[in-house]
Design a protein around this ligand. Structure first.
Ligand code: BEZ
Ligand code: FE
Length: 253
């Protein structure tokens, strides 16, 4: 990380904390309690959860790609790298419980030109709100995770199941803090996706469902209604359709 940025961001952060301490007359005891709280959360294995739940949405809010491309979203603590490439876009096992969902769309650039060869790295909760690898082995390894690519016309296709709304892990320090703040721990249902292509800025985002009751009160304050799309029912098929718009590398860096 650039040294000048380290210096200026850290100084501003300390000044912002100083303003909060003065505004609320924060005591030494409260200051020590805050340090103990963060340590407890880390000891409980909630390092990523704590920071992603309370702070990552702030980083996303400052992302310049949202000016023209698809809005960025938090990565969150449940991403795993190097997941398999999916055959014919099929991400859900045949016997996966839940409503079967056919996801399709196009990857475009900011000039509305289709972009082929974009790697789309998807992961999601299952129909019970569980993420594989983070559910104590309740679901199979790598379940509902995988990569596809857009074709030469920018089109992509994924077959999955509709993810459930879920509560972020709320039995430890992170959940306790949410409750003390009077907030619930629910997230609206969503698909996570990272779009990668060497000519464009990497996009990390989430796709939501129109009408979800938690869009406006997301526990992690990330959800954005411009990323909520309607489900279309066609015979016995449930279809979700959206485009992803990538930002040129040189316009953001
Ligand atoms: C998630 O969507 O997976 C997530 C994001 C931030 C905190 C917890 C979970
Ligand atoms: Fe999630």
């Amino acid at each position: 990380m650039d040294k000048n940025r380290v210096a200026s961001i850290t100084s501003d952060l300390i000044d912002a904390v100083r303003d909060v301490c003065i505004k609320h007359a924060v005591t030494h005891t409260e200051y020590r309690a805050a340090i103990d709280f963060v340590s407890r959360a880390i000891d409980a294995g909630e390092r990523s959860l704590l920071f992603d739940a309370f702070l990552e949405a702030n980083v996303v809010a400052s992302d310049p790609t949202k000016i023209t491309g698809t809005t960025s979203q938090v990565l969150g603590p449940f991403y795993l790298p190097d997941m398999p490439f999916l055959k014919d876009g099929v991400m859900a096992r045949e016997n996966e419980l839940g409503e079967r969902l056919r996801v399709s769309g196009k990857v475009l650039n900011c000039r509305s030109e289709p972009v082929g060869g974009v790697e789309l790295d998807f992961w999601q909760a299952d129909a019970s709100g569980r993420y594989s690898h983070f559910d104590g082995g309740a679901t199979p390894d790598k379940n509902l995770r995988g990569r596809i690519a857009s074709d030469e016309t920018g089109d992509f296709f994924l077959e999955t199941v509709k993810p459930a709304q879920y509560t972020i892990p709320d039995q430890g320090p992170t959940g306790l803090l949410l409750r003390e703040m009077g907030r619930h721990s629910w997230r609206p249902a969503h698909l996570h996706v990272i779009a990668r292509h060497s000519d464009y800025s990497t996009l990390t985002t989430q796709i939501y469902f129109e009408g979800d009751e938690y869009l406006e009160s997301d526990a992690v304050r990330a959800a954005s209604t411009d990323l909520a799309f309607p489900l279309i029912y066609d015979g016995d098929q449930t279809i979700l359709s959206f485009n992803l718009v990538l930002q040129d590398i040189d316009s953001t860096n």
